[in-house]
Design a protein around this ligand. Structure first.
Ligand SMILES: Cc1cc2nc3c(=O)[nH]c(=O)nc-3n(C[C@H](O)[C@H](O)[C@H](O)COP(=O)(O)O)c2cc1C
Length: 414
């Protein structure tokens, strides 16, 4: 099983992440992980914090001479900003003379209000420090480990911004997107005029002292048919991906394929027709990808395409009316240094979450304590599809027995 756990507060000493289930023999370096962390730090509309941090995940276990050992991969990421929070974020007890940088005023839309009541936090710093998206740096480090594993199996993950506010990028099929151009762009789109309009929308929000959300797309290519399962609700690949995406801070919606748009179209237009394709390893292919690469909770071999909706950030320079959690007094929400738009970096976090779900699903299906074993099992499975359909003992199929007519017709049960 591939899984990870993170720990650490936004302004504490640092983040820790442990990734378990990585097979041995996967090429992994700190530089590779640093490149993924740097991608999360970029983006037009980010706040001052990113100028302080240059994220680097130091590997503390599970890797030797550039290869994973099959043991848990442990990493730590230092918070440089901790230097500015000494005392307030010390691990040990501190006296009343230390400025605790206490936070008692609720930011509507952040974790403050439910967190204060649930955890009895009179100082809501105890909640917001962990609710902060700083934690997603650890997720990207874990995602980089998953990604390194998947890349060795030919699975690649990309992302782009699809909209910021009401500015929308073109509805280009994922196969036609120039991913290198996306990577070069600070709003993660491959179209220069859309990028300009997106930057202008972010600038307008800043001038209006508010924030702006949007939608991003995450695409996985090279995914074999058959990851996930229709058998149980918690084995469905689309369900797992939706949960992973929704768990990202401020994400409020996930669409698999054209899930929302297709509600307005007739059934005959929205399903992916299967045709024979001798040159395809599956021996078949689909003439479209409306389903976004998943049917019945299983990957179908097409690119997996998700759209993810992310709300505008809650912390604003023109704050909403709010309350003091201790006194009950009506006040203005506080302003802590904050981003204006987090859609571009959220793309990279979405990729990391996609990577860890796919890594888990790949290991569930193909297993392997060493990457060569996983790879061999995958190759054997893919090759078996060339024989599938031929009467063969390998599939437990002999010649079709003669059947009596019962009057029943074949069909789906739903
Ligand atoms: C990359 C990224 C950066 C974020 N930056 C901020 C921020 O600067 N200020 C803020 O209030 N929220 C920020 N958020 C969102 C909060 O972490 C999130 O809204 C909060 O934890 C409450 O959770 P919820 O919105 O998922 O309900 C950011 C989210 C992401 C993905």
């Amino acid at each position: 099983m591939f899984r990870f756990l993170t720990a650490g507060e936004s302004h504490g000493p640092g983040l820790t992440v442990i990734v378990e289930g990585v097979p041995a023999g996967v090429k992994l370096t700190e530089e590779y992980i640093a490149a993924q962390l740097a991608r999360r730090q970029r983006g037009y509309g980010r706040g001052g914090r990113m100028k302080i941090e240059t994220d680097f995940a130091a590997i503390r276990g599970g890797v030797r001479h550039g290869l994973t050992l099959g043991a848990p991969v442990a990493m730590t990421i230092e918070n440089r900003d901790f230097a500015n929070w000494q005392g307030a974020m010390d691990v040990g007890p501190v006296g009343p003379e230390v400025d605790h940088r206490e936070n008692t005023r609720v930011v509507p839309g952040h974790a403050d209000f439910p967190g204060a009541l649930k955890y009895m936090a009179h100082d809501m710093r105890n909640v917001l420090e962990r609710a902060s998206a700083r934690e997603t740096a650890a997720r990207v480090a874990a995602g980089a480990v998953a990604r390194a594993f998947l890349e060795e199996l030919g699975i690649e993950i990309h992302s782009r911004v699809v909209s910021i506010g009401s500015v929308k990028a073109s509805d280009t099929p994922s196969s036609e997107i120039d991913w290198d151009a996306v990577e070069e762009c600070d709003v993660r789109t491959d179209d220069a005029s859309t990028a300009e309009a997106m930057r202008a929308a972010i600038d307008a929000s800043k001038a209006d002292r508010t924030t702006i959300g949007g939608v991003f797309q995450v695409v996985a290519e090279g995914v074999p048919v058959g990851l996930g399962s229709h058998i149980q609700w918690d084995r469905k690949l689309d369900g797992r991906l939706a949960q992973a995406m929704i768990s990202i801070n401020a994400v409020k919606g996930v669409e698999i394929g054209r899930g929302f748009a297709n509600t307005e179209r007739p059934g005959r237009e929205v399903h992916d027709v299967v045709v024979p394709a001798p040159d395809d390893p599956r021996r078949f292919r689909q003439t479209s990808n409306e389903a976004g690469g998943i049917e019945g909770g299983m990957s179908n071999g097409n690119p997996i395409v998700l759209h993810v909706a992310i709300k505008p950030i809650a912390t604003m320079t023109d704050p909403l009316p709010s309350v003091d959690i201790n006194t009950g007094e009506v006040i203005e929400a506080p302003y802590h240094r904050s981003d204006i738009c987090q859609v571009p970096p959220a793309c990279v976090i979405g990729e990391a979450m996609m990577a860890q779900v796919l890594a888990h699903a790949v290991l569930e299906k193909f297993g392997g304590d060493h990457i060569s074993e996983t790879s061999r099992n995958l190759d054997g499975y893919v090759a078996s599809h060339q024989e599938f359909g031929q009467p063969s003992a390998a599939f437990g199929r002999g010649p079709e027995p003669a059947r009596e007519r019962t009057g029943e017709t074949a069909g789906t049960a739903d």
